[in-house]
Design a protein around this ligand. Structure first.
Ligand code: ADP
Ligand code: MG
Length: 287
């Protein structure tokens, strides 16, 4: 089983589009997939046609310990399940503050579910913040996939995001690895996109070997801007059902193949030596 958190604290960079189409694409390849919607906006749920009206069990019920993850997961197709969310989830951020188990609720409920019902992949669509919901995702995950829209400010946000993974790795989940950066909403042929990618590649090349992102790669598959990707959520369909021949479907199919080809990162046997990380902050190119 691989557990992947799709994370970036910036909004509108392609997290939900990537989570949904990665999950759907893996399911099309015969993998049993659970998509966990961790954003109170509930966009991933809606994108798969699940409207979490007040009577529908949601991931909020898991955080408030009213239900198990098994009770809230909803079948979308034979291989694809979603644990939906709605605006109720916003309350979890506040309610968990005083809980002694606030960072591990999701990890524990996922462990309980997957012992009884194995999944090949668990994909978590994180909210656009570094709050307790994202920390829950990072604590439960083996891998972090970062969707990034290649423009000038992209790398500035990245340093904060990476230091959060380092913190969670030290304190809560030493097996956490940033495995890849997926370039989304890519404008082909622009100099800026190419520059940002070069800077990012350079930064990753000089990563501290102990940093959780030391082995991260930039996915070869670029997700180009494609209007069909923006249309498909309102039809409650993944891109593979909505417009299987468009460039968006092509790009996400290629990303799925790359994810399938990756090895799950090895689990650490020994406690790593704690020392300050070098190059923990990527330097954005001067404007
Ligand atoms: P996030 O979850 O990071 O906020 P979304 O995946 O919701 O980002 O994407 C933000 C908006 O951009 C959405 O309206 C989505 O439909 C659209 N979008 C995402 N990726 C693409 C793309 N490659 N081409 C065109 N529109 C896209
Ligand atoms: Mg989103």
């Amino acid at each position: 089983m691989r557990i992947i958190a799709v994370m970036n604290q910036k909004g509108g960079v392609g997290k939900t589009t990537t989570s949904v189409n990665l999950a759907a694409g893996l399911a099309r390849k015969g993998k049993k997939v659970l998509l966990i919607d961790l954003d109170p906006q509930g966009h991933a749920s809606l994108h798969l046609g699940v409207d979490a009206t007040p009577d529908v069990p949601t991931i909020y019920d898991v955080f408030s310990q009213a239900r198990t993850l098994g009770e809230v997961r909803h079948m979308v197709s034979e291989k694809l399940f979603v644990a939906p969310s709605n605006v109720d989830l916003a309350a979890a951020e506040v309610e968990l503050v005083d809980s002694p188990i606030r960072e591990v609720v999701l990890r524990d409920s996922l462990e309980r579910l997957t012992r009884a019902e194995p999944f090949d992949y668990v994909i978590m669509d994180c909210p656009p913040s570094l709050g307790v919901l994202t920390v829950n995702a990072l604590t439960a995950a083996h891998e972090v996939l970062i969707p990034l829209q290649p423009h000038f400010f992209a790398l500035q946000g990245l340093s904060k995001l990476l230091s959060t993974t380092a913190l969670v790795c030290r304190r809560l989940n030493r097996n956490l690895r940033v495995t890849g950066v997926a370039l989304c909403l890519y404008e082909t042929g622009t100099r800026l996109a190419a520059d940002v990618c070069d800077d990012l590649r350079e930064f990753l090349k000089h990563s501290d070997p102990d940093a959780p992102w030391a082995a991260a790669k930039i996915f070869e598959s670029l997700v180009r801007r494609n209007i069909k990707l923006a249309e498909s959520p309102s039809f409650g369909q993944s891109i593979f059902d909505y417009a299987p021949k468009c460039s968006g479907a092509e790009d996400y199919a290629a990303l799925v193949e790359e994810v399938l080809a990756m090895e799950r990162p090895a689990l650490k046997e020994t406690v790593s030596v704690r020392r300050p990380l070098t190059n923990s902050v990527p330097l954005p190119r001067a404007a």
